[in-house]
Design a protein around this ligand. Sequence first.
Ligand code: MN
Length: 229
Amino acid sequence: MASKDSHRTTGPRHRSAQDHDGPLADYRRKRDFDKTAEPEGAHAPAEPGEAARFVVQIHDASRMHFDFRLEVDGVLKSWAVPKGPSHDPTEKRLAVPTEDHPLDYHDFEGIIAQGEYGGGTVIVWDQGTYRSLATDRRGNEVPFAEALAAGHASFWMDGAKLHGGYALTRTRGGAFGDNETWLLVKRKDRHADKTDAPDPWRARSVLTGRTLRQVAAESADEASRDDGD
Ligand code: MN
């Protein structure tokens, strides 16, 4: 993970017009990259044929939540899922859209400084790839971004913890407002089962095996060592 110091030594940044107007404009406007350890990132469309990636982070912010992010057209489309994804098709999980995140966020784990946007500890709970299962009413494939724009997209996840079919469906809001709510639901397949909601405090990072508390303690240690230099 990039340390805060690496951000301080990069010097002035010359941002292109795309940085202000592109899909990451909201993400950048909300953050001060001299103060947060999060990546500034870049908009980087995938090469054709590359598997699209996903990441699910647990974020101990003012309200504990899971951040569910799918790579779509060079950014991570993102939803905050308070209870986290379920393996149980009868569990409908509220998913509230948040701003697009850069692809570099895929590996972000650590502390966002208190007082900064989203201040709190983040662990990478699951990572992997997904395949679109999005089709129109006739069963023809449609581009995933188009399916999301229309408010319903199905996909197949190959992660360490999440497997099989899932669907995201918009239940409120849409074209004219930002009060959108969605539901994230497991599809019925051989990967479905009745497990409880993951306990965010007991969950471990798929990258480092650490819990939220361990990441918080170790990142705080690093920060105090930096201060002593
Ligand atoms: Mn979050």
